[in-house]
Design a protein around this ligand. Structure first.
Ligand SMILES: [Zn+2]
Length: 512
């Protein structure tokens, strides 16, 4: 296996060869082509957004404004890519870039910025991560280290959703949560400031931004460290380097730089005015995790009073009601959430599970399929399996269970068992080992249940050529415990002189 991978890897190496980095001009190894980078970015963009809170939808002018600033920087970057920018509905101060130029910034970071030039510093930095292939290079490092060629073979790092998100989306979260390394961070700072200057922004904003991050990273709650600072660690070294870079850029040109404090503050004003609503929402989520449900309910009501246009608040209230088995009330909340934002998986997951509990299988199936289109989750997939089974479609159920079983995670074992419960009936021979032996002059058949599922009954069929004459028979197995075995006497009398050929033993017609 290892050997084969190495051969394939070397083959890919010769095909891909070397390439010039469009940002740094350095010649470097390129295993992942630009086309592949773009494809990966496009495939992962939606699921990674979904796994981090989805898009912030209440104030769409804020998104348009961020996109406008991003596009101005993208236009002066060294690598033409299909750049895109979104604002995520997430309080953690963070920003990230996927290969191929797919970029996101959290509302939690936007509210900490002072002016448009600081926003340009963040977006310019992320653009360089994509333009200079930092994500692709970290993928290539994993490929070389693991000796694996397939892009999907790249490992997964832990996220809040790690256990629930299925394979596809995990690749993306790996890409953005990877530390690119200090070299890549300094490179992104340096060239990001060049892009800022090319677009007319004061590159000094990258200094104030970095100073603020250094200040904030000291004595901040862990959400800060898990977010921005995990993927882009701030440091005094970066502050100093940015100061040098700003001097270098400004020495060359005499012009008035854009800072854009008023424009920025005008665009962020609405979100800032709702800060307390999101604080209440974040508190409600923490309280619910700690099982302080009445307090969580109290907090989410407060959040809804302060910002009745935020879909997440209704979705979360729906989750609280679902957990109390208040399904009709939960449905009302999920409907409100979906009316405000029809593009967030969690509302469809919640509503689908609720419909399922209420015995409304068709609506449940429709919602869970929609949820999986936005972000494939093990929970939705297992429920789709259960619904298929209830509708009598064993094959569809098996496919859903198999998908979860293959993705591993905490629900993988249960899905494996559900799959085997169906498949052991369809293909019993896959799950029993059989053997035969001679005992007291008779042929005895041994059957062992290789699963961890008890079997209540089954039939074992056996056949052979004895001295050239065909013989066959069958017996009930009776109950066979998980990993347990039974012994069946065929009644065939055999002497040492007899020849037994083509002995065949098969378990058929298994019942659980
Ligand atoms: Zn970075």
């Amino acid at each position: 296996m290892k050997r084969l991978s190495l051969v394939l890897l070397l083959f890919t190496l010769t095909l891909a060869g070397c390439a010039t980095n469009p940002v740094t001009g350095k010649s470097e190894l390129a295993l992942v082509s630009q086309g592949e980078e773009i494809t990966i970015g496009e495939q992962q963009y939606v699921p990674v957004q979904q796994s981090q809170g989805g898009q912030y939808q209440v104030d769409i002018t804020l998104t348009l404004y961020v996109q406008d600033v991003g596009n101005r920087l993208a236009a002066v970057s060294d690598t033409p890519l299909p750049y895109e920018f979104v604002v995520l509905n997430n309080s953690t101060p963070n920003a990230w870039a996927l290969p191929g130029g797919k970029i996101a910034i959290n509302r939690g970071l936007l509210v900490t910025l002072e002016n448009e030039a600081e926003l340009a510093a963040v977006l310019g930095h992320e653009i360089v991560h994509a333009a200079a292939r930092h994500g692709a290079k970290s993928m290539e490092r994993s490929m070389l280290l693991q000796g694996a060629v397939a892009l999907t073979a790249i490992g997964v790092s832990g996220t809040d959703y790690g256990n629930y998100i299925m394979e596809g989306a995990q690749l993306g979260s790996h890409l953005i949560s990877t530390q690119y390394g200090r070299g890549a961070e300094l490179e992104s700072d340096y060239y990001g400031m060049q892009y800022m200057a090319r677009a007319g922004y004061d590159p000094s904003a990258a200094i104030t931004l970095q100073e603020k991050f250094v200040r904030l990273s000291q004595g901040r709650p862990s959400s800060w460290l898990d977010g921005l600072f995990a993927s882009h660690p701030p440091s005094q070294q970066r502050v100093d380097k940015n100061r040098e870079t700003a001097m270098e850029i400004k020495a060359g040109q005499e012009r008035s730089w854009i800072v854009g404090r008023d424009t920025y503050q005008a665009n962020i004003a609405y979100l800032k005015s709702k800060s307390e609503a999101y604080v209440a929402f974040d508190q409600a989520m923490t309280l619910a995790r700690n099982k302080e449900i009445p307090a969580a309910e109290n907090r989410i009501e407060k959040a809804i009073r302060m910002e009745p246009r935020e879909s997440r608040f209704y979705g979360f209230k729906g989750n609280l009601l679902f957990n109390k088995n208040a399904y009709t009330e939960a449905l009302t909340q999920y409907n409100k959430a979906i009316a405000l934002d029809p593009d967030y998986y969690e509302f469809f997951l919640g509503r689908g599970m609720t419909h399922s509990r209420l015995g409304q299988r068709e609506q449940a199936t429709r919602d869970l399929i929609r949820s999986n289109q936005l972000l494939p989750t093990a929970i939705a997939t297992i429920e789709l399996g259960n619904l298929s089974l209830a509708a009598g479609d064993r094959n569809a159920a098996k496919q859903y269970y198999a998908a979860v079983a293959q993705s591993g995670g905490s629900l993988g074992q249960g899905a494996t068992d559900s799959y085997i419960r169906l498949d052991i009936i369809d293909n019993p021979d896959r799950y029993f080992s059989t053997s035969a032996e001679k005992r007291n002059g008779r042929i005895v058949v041994n059957v062992v249940n290789r699963t961890n599922i008890p079997v209540s009954s089954g039939i074992v069929q056996y056949s052979a050529l004895v001295n050239g004459k065909p013989r066959q028979g069958q017996s009930d197995t009776g109950a066979i415990a998980p990993a347990g075995g039974i012994r069946i006497n065929t009644g065939w009398q055999i002497s040492d002189a007899d020849h037994v050929d083509r002995l065949n033993i098969q378990v058929v017609d298994v019942r659980l």
